[in-house]
Design a protein around this ligand. Structure first.
Ligand code: ATP
Ligand code: FE2
Length: 322
């Protein structure tokens, strides 16, 4: 059956229809703030205004829809509520089940699907989140994560301080290619990471912007690679999957690929449209959850802005080794 998925936790309102192991339709309307960062209420207003157009684009055959999946969290409260309201209305009017998808788990599942990898250690690096995950028992366990801000938000904050527009990640990547990395504080605590110190130090640095951008990338990415490598070693897994918007970065991909080659592991990164936020990841994960019977009564479908990856019982995978 066809599954409709709606994503809109932050900057991208995106809907997709998934069926029989393929994406039937995918359409997005990204919100680009005129200045500054993403303001939750303004992003939610954008989503509300674009909802009809985005849904109509993918919903060409409503009678084929077997379930409606939406991102229940984590994300920005006003954005989550706007998407959930639309999802409930469509599910009720079509008389089909509702499925509440964890946004982080959806990044992982579309990555596994798109890359054909089986049981990876995942580096999930996006705006609000930076986590190293792996499947153990019946859940995605968080082996390490940021203790303060997400890597993407850190890059965007630095970029804004230097007068760049949002999002800053791609512009920092372009500048870094022309620079020689400066030294910045490297902060790994056990298996966890922290980025706000590096970002402040980068903002205060007096070196040419290209060199600061290169230093910021080399330092922050090395930290992520170190934690990913240790998770790989401790878990005995032999695949690494990179997901989340920061995963679009060519230098981060190169550093992870090198680490994997040295360890005899395989490295996987999905095609660009499945790296950052997209409706296909919600529709696809919704299809897995529907098959596992993990639907959601409307009365229990409140959004969860702090929804963590390891809260989800993964009923659609065989139990992994504990
Ligand atoms: P989440 O809710 O999962 O935290 P998100 O809402 O931040 O996700 P994503 O699309 O996963 O959305 O990630 C967006 C982030 O990715 C932004 O911070 C952006 O700067 C960053 N980004 C995009 N392209 C690049 C790049 N080439 N290099 C570095 N960062 C990038
Ligand atoms: Fe995301």
């Amino acid at each position: 059956g066809h599954i409709l998925g709606i994503e809109g936790t932050a900057w991208n309102l995106s809907a997709a229809v998934f069926s029989d192991d393929r994406i039937i339709a995918l359409h997005s309307s990204p919100y680009r703030p005129p200045s500054g960062g993403i303001h939750p209420r303004e992003a939610a207003q954008h989503h509300a205004g674009e909802m009809k157009a985005v849904i109509s684009e993918v919903l060409t055959n409503p009678s084929a829809i077997k379930a409606v999946a939406f991102s229940q969290g984590p994300g920005l409260g006003p954005c989550l509520r706007t998407v959930a309201t639309a999802a409930r209305a469509i599910a009720v009017s079509l008389g089909v089940p509702l499925i509440g998808v964890n946004h982080c788990v959806a990044h992982v599942e579309i990555g596994r699907w798109a890359c054909g990898c089986d049981d990876p250690i995942v580096l999930y690096a996006s705006g609000a989140n930076t986590q190293v995950l792996g499947y153990l028992g019946t859940r995605y366990r968080i082996f390490g994560e940021t203790l303060d801000i997400g890597l993407g938000n850190g890059l965007d904050k630095f970029a804004r301080a230097k007068g760049m527009t949002h999002p800053g990640g791609p512009q920092i990547e372009a500048l870094a290619r022309e620079g020689d990395p400066i030294h910045l504080p490297y902060t790994v605590k056990g298996m966890d990471l922290a980025f706000s110190g590096i970002v402040s130090a980068a903002q205060d640095a007096q070196a040419p912007l290209e060199d600061v951008c290169a230093g910021l990338q080399e330092t922050a990415f090395s930290m992520c690679v170190e934690v990913t490598e240790r998770a790989l070693a401790h878990s005995g897994k032999d695949e690494v999957l990179l997901v989340g918007g920061v995963g679009a970065n060519g230098r981060l991909q190169e550093m992870l690929r090198t680490m994997c080659e040295e360890r005899g592991a395989t490295f996987h990164v999905p095609e660009r449209r499945f790296i950052g936020d997209n409706g296909a990841m919600i529709a696809y994960t919704g299809s897995l959850m529907l098959a596992a019977g993990q639907t959601l009564p409307v009365a229990e479908s409140a959004v969860n802005p702090g929804y963590r990856s390891d809260e989800v019982v993964v009923g659609w995978r065989d139990a992994g080794a504990d």
